[in-house]
Ligand binder design. Structure first.
Ligand SMILES: NC(=O)c1ccc[n+]([C@@H]2O[C@H](COP(=O)([O-])OP(=O)(O)OC[C@H]3O[C@@H](n4cnc5c(N)ncnc54)[C@H](O)[C@@H]3O)[C@@H](O)[C@H]2O)c1
Length: 424
């Protein structure tokens, strides 16, 4: 895919990136971040920080074809080296640090990177787990001026973007928005890397997957969630009961623009592998839904109340149906969105990795713009013009939502404002 138009005579240099958490057996670093940063052809991986106490740095250096001294388990020393290399002109652009480690390590690693002089940081979600970590990271970002983006990847899809545009265009038609994330991988007791650190936190499912549902709901609503009520959380599976973590939750949310809906999650729901969805219900009962597990590239159109029955929905594929332009009433906007999120030919399913690809293009665009009046900035392709989620909005929001959910559930479902938990 060619990104820059012929009129852009200077194509930007690649952005040097250090991935933190690229060890063998790691999930998101090796599968989503590494390959999709490279796929954009706007980032290069120049370094990696691996887990202390392991020999992972040897394997990672070989796999990335990097010199051994650019892969280290000494994150602080690696950061010093990156900053020095940029100052010396060995790195043409300021290096990015991309954090793919377990969530409880994020606040410390973000703070260290920013304090050592890294200007651009990416972290996977949730950016942080605790309210005091929100303060810690906000302080360090304010003090250093570093920018932090959070990888809420599910926004980066034509159907989701179309739903957001639809809600904004036809606000008066919208009854509610439901978002959820259902999985089954923690139904039974399991012990491996990803399971162990996730289940060590009591709010396991809320931090891990409810945050994705929250982000999608607020994004499609066009207005962040400001309050939670009628919340519940459960230890629904045998493993959750034994190990004492919440594997399921459900709540009503209220957005700043008055839109309401429900967000739910479960890691013990049989038959659901990676079932994330956002469903817009209209006042007449029609439902418009993006549901990744059913078809990440299709809009599902059905009738309330049954949005879990696959056979009740008609599918409209991106670029393969006039439904999008007709219903939105804006063919140009529908066309622009389809073009913005189209890597494969129309009608061809793109899948999960594509969400990441577009997210990283968005981050690259934000970095190029932040670097000032560079000759290629006016020519940034559409896919690089979408503002990526920042810590200040999506990052703080997601963690505050989890804590508001818990507070509401612990107080019998009472309404809790996100501002209230942030003030604690
Ligand atoms: N956006 C998404 O769709 C999505 C999906 C899965 C995970 N995540 C998030 O990504 C993050 C990582 O999750 P995961 O499932 O990939 O975890 P993981 O346990 O599979 O991988 C973590 C990696 O970090 C490395 N590591 C551990 N401690 C380290 C340290 N001190 N320094 C450097 N490296 C270290 C490990 O060796 C491992 O390679 C979490 O915040 C998680 O919530 C997001």
């Amino acid at each position: 895919m060619l990104h820059f138009p012929p009129a852009c005579t200077v194509v930007p240099p690649r952005i040097p990136t250090c991935i933190v958490g690229l060890g063998p057996g790691g999930f998101i670093g090796p599968t989503a971040h590494g390959p999709n940063l490279l796929a954009t052809n706007t980032f290069s991986i120049c370094a990696a920080a691996t887990e202390p106490g392991t020999e992972f740095h040897l394997n990672v250096a070989d796999n990335l074809r990097l010199p051994q001294d650019m892969v280290s388990s000494d994150f602080g020393a690696l950061l010093d080296r990156l900053v020095m290399m940029h100052k010396a002109g060995d790195l043409k652009l300021p290096p990015v640090v991309d954090i793919c480690t377990p969530t409880h390590l994020h606040a410390r690693q973000i703070s260290l990177a920013a304090t050592k002089g890294i200007r651009y940081i990416i972290t996977d979600k949730p950016a942080v787990a605790e309210i005091n970590e929100i303060r810690q990271v906000s302080d360090v970002l304010n003090r250093t001026g570093a920018k932090l983006w959070v990888t809420f990847n599910h926004r980066y899809n034509f159907i989701v973007a179309w739903l957001k545009a639809y809600v904004a265009t036809h606000r008066e038609r919208i009854e509610s928005i439901h978002a959820g994330f259902l999985q089954d991988w923690l139904m039974k007791e399991v012990h491996f890397r990803q399971a162990d650190w996730r289940t060590a936190h009591k709010y396991c499912a809320l931090l891990d997957i409810l945050t994705h549902a929250e982000d999608l709901a607020g994004y499609v609503a066009g207005s962040p969630i400001v309050a939670v009520e009628d919340a519940s959380m459960e230890m629904s599976g045998v493993f959750a009961q034994k190990a004492n973590f919440y594997d399921a939750g459900d709540s009503q949310f209220i957005c700043g623009n008055g839109l309401k809906g429900r967000a739910r999650c479960s890691q013990s729901r049989a038959g659901h592998a990676d079932d994330i969805y956002v469903c817009v219900t209209e006042k007449g009962g029609r439902q418009l839904m993006w549901r990744m597990e059913w078809n990440s590239d299709a809009l599902m159109v059905g009738q309330a109340p049954n949005f879990h029955d696959r056979h009740k929905f008609a599918q409209h594929l991106r670029g393969h149906s006039d439904f999008f332009a007709m219903e939105l009433g804006d063919a140009d906007l529908a066309g622009r969105l389809a073009q913005q999120f189209g890597k494969n030919p129309p009608g061809h399913i793109q899948g999960w990795d594509t969400l990441w690809y577009f997210l990283f293009l968005g981050v690259a665009g934000a970095i190029y713009r932040d670097l000032g009046c560079l000759p290629y900035v006016p020519f940034l392709p559409l896919s690089m013009q979408i503002e990526p989620p920042t810590f200040a909005d999506a990052g703080i929001q997601a963690t505050a939502y989890v804590h508001a959910h818990v507070k509401s559930a612990e107080s019998g479902g009472k309404r809790v404002e996100l501002a209230e938990v942030l003030a604690l």
